[in-house]
Design a protein around this ligand. Sequence first.
Ligand code: ZN
Length: 344
Amino acid sequence: MKAILFHEHGGPEVLSFSELETPTPEPGEVLVRLQAAALNRLDLWARQGWPGLKLQLPHIPGADGAGEVAALGAGEEGWSAGERVVINSNLSCGVCEACLAGQDNRCSKWELLGETRRGTYAEYIVVPAKNLLRVPDGFSLQSAAAAALAYHTAWHSLITRGGLQPGETVLIVGAAGGVNTASLQIAKLAGAVTYVVGSDARKLDFAASLGADYLIDRSKEANWARTVFQLTNRRGVDVVVDNVGTTFPLSFRSARKGGRILTVGNTGGAVFEIDNRYIFSKHLSLIGSTMGTQHDFRRVMALVFAGRLAVPVDRVYPLAEARQAQEYLAAGEQLGKIVLDNQA
Ligand code: ZN
C-alpha cells in the first residue's frame, strides 16, 4: 500500500510517500481501506518528536480516518466488506480499572493512532473492530474523518469534564482551528452564550458564521480579558476554553469567581508562568483532559451525522501531498480542518 512515512523526527522534509506492506487484521481487528484522513496539530508534534516519545519507525502519521471495511480478522463478525466507517483513534484495553469505569481515554494501556501507533496517512489501516463507527449513507467520509478527533476532544472537555450548562457563558480562545470550531458549536448546541477571541477579522467572521455571539479581535484588543470583563458587566465568564496555554494569565482574568478553565492542549507552548493568586482568590477550577471516551465519540458523532454540528473543511490534499498539507497546518491560516484524500 501507499503511505506517508517518516524514518526520523524532524521538519516536513522527513515525510516521504512510500510503499509499505498492507497490514493484516488479527482476531478482533478490521482492515479499513481509507478514503480520508484529517490533520491535527499532534501530527506535527509526533513528526517533530518530544522527549520520551517512543515510536515504531518508520512511523505513519495521522489520528483521523474514514473509509470502507476491506477485510476482517479471523472470527470477527458484525462488519461486512464495503461498510462505510469512521475510526475512533483512541485505543484502550477494555479491561483495566479506567476502561471498566467507562473512562477508556484514561486506560493504563492507552494508545493513539498516529502518536504511539502507525496512523491514517495511508491507503489502509488495521484497527480494533470496537473502534469503528458506521457512517450513514450520503454523509461525506471526508467530513467524518475531519470531525472525529477534534469534535470528540471538544465534547469530552466541554460536556463530560466541563459540565457545561444551558445559559452559561463560554469564552473560546482561538477562532478557526479544529477543536475551537467544534467547541464553539458544541457550546451553542448546549445552550451557552459564546465569546470568541480571534487573531484577525477573517477568523472572527468564520467564528460568527458558526454562531459565535461576541467577537473579540486580539489584533486590536491585546488585553482581551478587559474586553470580556466589560462585555459581561464586570462578572467574567463561567467557562474558558483555553488550548493555547500561554494565554492562561488572560483566561484567569476573564473567568468569573468560581469559573472553570478547560484545556486540552497548548498550541502556544508547553511551559509558561502562571500567577497562582488568580486560581485561589477567584476559586477557579482548572480542568484538563485529553481526547475522549467511546461513549463521547458515539454521542458527538451522532450529532455530526445529524447535521447538528457543521464540519468546515478548509482544504483537501492528495495523500502524496501530505507534506504541503502539514506545512499549511503549521502556518495556522486554515479555517476548519485540513483533509487528505487517501486514494487520490
Ligand atoms: Zn484499559
